[in-house]
Design a protein around this ligand. Structure first.
Ligand code: ATP
Ligand code: MG
Length: 407
């Protein structure tokens, strides 16, 4: 962001003369507005100066006034003069776009990518819960700031929001860079919905996970052309991250047909965001269910076993990762061959290892990880399809009380 290395030039603006802006400190600008570094009520703020003839600013202010959520930018005050309207907002450190561009003052803000994505989604979920469509989700409209050392994400720019009921498409005048994040229905001027925001959110996910890329091409024109034409996205840039867990989620978020996309609440429930404890309880519940129920989805699990563990015994894969000496110990001490050789046996083993993990022997810990979480990380990276495939198969019992927390 600009406006850091200079002598500020403060000017009072608005009818009541209580807002100050630094005319040399510009944070950003768009078609109808310019955002300045400012001071209000003795605190540093951002002041969005809007040209009222070019913008439906009333809608933006009215929306901001209604909103109160940790992941939405804080609104403080509005004033105007003959020329402009001024919206006073809590000042953030930078935008997500600044982070992706690796600008100077963005250091460390994007270290925990998944947490940032989770927070953006939580902000959008809040908007949708109030029947508001953002319609302009892209990295310049996501702000980041540090509060007491913790990175907090704030969704901003409510210049083109709409109530869900109004449900019509966006005008080309707000396109610009944002166009790279538009859904097919926006580009085709078709009816939009919450799912259109989900598409844009998916592109923000991809961008964060790939250092600023798009799965639809390298330059703006290509991206827009490919999204409009419904060309399949290319996920190669993110496929090796987080065991590939983001890919199935992105496939659904970026579905050309909006009815097949998830809602934001489903996005937040996805295993990409699960912590190791949740992964463990899921595997444990799956394994217990498989022990007690001999029919579906056990049959399906048996059918996809090879896909997950390959054609050999799962232990063979585990053992090929170990040194010879460890293999002998492994076989002797853990008597591993008593378990089934397919994915059902593998899940049972993970479940059994996870129980009272702290009391497991040093030898085992040397092999599969010091803590239960490390064991899970080791096993899920050795078998990256274990969680995604098991999760898909267990969809059929998602209404069962043991599984409702996971779907
Ligand atoms: N509260 C804030 N704190 C710090 N920087 C901000 C803040 N609000 C906006 N900015 C910066 O200014 C840029 C433009 O702000 P914003 O997105 O609200 O306006 P815009 O895109 O010009 O709006 P519009 O699309 O309504 O014309 C942002 O991308 C961000 O870099
Ligand atoms: Mg903007």
């Amino acid at each position: 962001m600009d406006g850091i290395d200079h002598e500020p030039s403060w000017t009072t603006v608005g009818s009541k003369s209580i807002i100050e802006i630094d005319t040399k400190g510009v944070f950003g600008y768009g078609v109808s507005s310019k955002v300045y570094s400012g001071r209000f009520d003795e605190r540093p703020v951002a002041v969005k100066r809007i040209n009222p003839s070019l913008s439906k600013f009333e809608c933006e202010v009215e929306t901001l006034r209604r909103l109160d959520h940790r992941n939405i930018v804080r609104y403080l005050y509005t004033d105007s003069d003959n020329e402009f309207v001024y919206i006073v907002l809590e000042r953030c450190d930078c935008s997500l776009q600044d982070c992706l561009d690796k600008k100077m003052n963005t250091c460390g803000l994007l270290d925990d990518e998944l947490d940032v994505l989770k927070q953006i989604s939580a902000g959008l979920l809040y908007l949708h819960s109030k029947s508001i469509l953002h319609r302009n989700i892209h990295p310049s409209n996501v702000l980041l700031t540090r509060k007491d050392g913790i990175v907090v994400v704030r969704l901003s720019d409510f210049g083109v929001v709409k109530n869900v009921e109004e449900d019509f498409s966006i005008s080309a005048s707000v396109m610009g860079e944002a166009g790279n994040y538009f859904s097919p229905e926006v580009l085709r001027k078709q009816k939009i919905s919450k799912k259109s925001d989900v598409f844009s959110l998916g592109l923000v996910y991809f961008s964060v996970l790939s250092d600023g890329k798009s799965p639809y091409g390298d330059d703006g024109e290509d991206i827009i052309k490919n999204v409009r034409a419904g060309i399949s996205p290319n996920f190669a840039a993110v496929s090796s991250k987080y065991n590939g867990y983001a890919v199935p989620l992105l496939i659904s978020m970026l579905n050309d047909k909006k009815r097949f996309r998830p809602l934001v609440t489903d996005v937040l429930a996805h295993y990409l965001f699960w912590d190791p404890d949740m992964v463990f309880t899921f595997f444990q519940d799956v394994s217990d269910y498989l022990t007690d129920n001999m029919n579906s989805p056990r049959v399906e699990m048996e059918l996809i076993s090879r896909e997950i563990i390959g054609s050999q015994h799962w232990q063979t894969k585990l053992l090929t990762n170990l040194f010879n000496a460890e293999i002998r110990l492994f076989q002797k001490e853990f008597n591993a061959y008593r378990l089934k050789d397919d994915v059902i046996g593998l899940l049972r083993q993970i479940r059994n290892w996870g129980h009272h993990y702290h009391s497991k022997s040093r030898r085992l810990k040397n092999i599969i990880g010091e803590t239960k979480n490390q064991m899970l990380t080791y096993m899920t990276s050795l078998f990256p399809l274990l969680l995604p495939k098991t999760y898909d198969v267990f969809q059929v019992v998602k209404t069962n009380p043991s599984f409702s927390d996971y779907y």
